[in-house]
Design a protein around this ligand. Structure first.
Ligand SMILES: C[S@@+](CC[C@H](N)C(=O)[O-])C[C@H]1O[C@@H](n2cnc3c(N)ncnc32)[C@H](O)[C@@H]1O
Length: 282
């Protein structure tokens, strides 16, 4: 991949990976991983996502299906999918995240395959085809090229297979996280330009990272949907939600399934979107 608004993907990808490597020990402490010691526990993210996905699966369950979890991080959601009965492959570009995830799966007695790769090269790195390709919460803003991403998703799915994504809504990413009221600050239409961030903190816990520079792309919803259509997938469902699992702004309040804007503002802007898509049967 060439230059993206003046930034080489190799430069951006390396900076992002260094940053994610630093986040691993912080997230191991802050994610509440111990909750998984309870044998029936599934992370709230996976519980929510499986409820949305079930109507589109044969038998309404991932049990017995081959699932590829893209950008799996420290594996809390991945082992939850395994616990729900799926045969799971988790992919991430951070070796520390995968080592942590593998340690967690071992400790819980769950068999998961782990693959280290840039998700934009996922097809070449992973063997086999999948009934479900799953990615959720904090994923594609790390990627400059959705056409390349969607082509990996489509190539990983077997004919008739199902794709699932839930993530922060691009309209939310246009909002000023620091303002005293709801106020727009960032472009909704990113036009291929990376947002360059320099931040010591991560979205959970108090720890600080050494590699502060990251590059992110807040893709408009139309680009996300059209990338999947362009890769040959059929869109089955699009939903938008008013809560999300991390505190996007300090003004957000805790609600039963995460965080949301104060009640008087809750219907002004979406917080998440969910897309379910299918690779046409052969
Ligand atoms: C916020 S986590 C998403 C997973 C899940 N929601 C969670 O919190 O456990 C983002 C993950 O994307 C990974 N990532 C970022 N860019 C990537 C890329 N180009 N290829 C593969 N993984 C990438 C990071 O290493 C990180 O583990």
């Amino acid at each position: 991949m060439g230059s993206l608004g003046g930034i080489e993907w190799e430069t951006a990808c390396t900076a992002n990976r260094d940053n994610w490597e630093d986040r691993v020990p912080l997230h191991e402490r802050a994610y509440g991983v111990e909750a998984l010691d309870e044998p029936r526990y599934l992370t709230p993210v996976v519980r929510t996502d499986l409820a949305a996905l079930a109507p589109f699966l044969p038998g309404s369950t991932v049990s017995g299906l081959e699932v590829c979890h893209l950008q799996c991080h420290i594996g809390t959601d991945t082992v939850s999918l395994a616990r729900a009965g799926a045969r799971v492959t988790g992919l991430d570009f951070s070796p520390s995240a995968l080592a942590s995830a593998a340690g967690l799966a071992r400790r819980l007695g769950l068999a998961v395959e782990w693959v280290e790769a840039d998700v934009l090269q996922a097809r070449a790195a992973v063997s086999g085809e999948f009934d479900v390709v799953y990615t959720s919460i904090g994923t594609i803003t790390w990627l400059p090229d959705l056409a390349q991403w969607a082509s990996q998703v489509a190539a990983l799915l077997r004919p008739g297979g199902t794709f699932f994504i839930r993530d922060g809504h691009p309209a939310l990413y246009a909002v000023d996280e620091d303002a005293e009221g709801l106020q727009l600050r960032y472009p909704y239409f990113n036009r291929g330009q990376a947002q360059v961030w320099d931040e010591e903190s991560t979205y959970i816990g108090d720890g600080k990272v050494a590699h502060t520079r990251t590059y992110q792309w807040a893709h408009p919803l139309s680009d996300i949907i059209n990338s999947l259509i362009g890769a040959g997938l059929q869109i089955l469902r699009l939903d938008e939600g008013t809560t999300l699992p991390w505190r996007f702004s300090s003004r957000m309040v805790e609600v039963p399934d995460g965080f949301a804007w104060p009640e008087t503002e809750r219907d002004l802007v979406p917080c998440t979107y969910t897309v379910i898509a299918r690779k046409p049967p052969a």
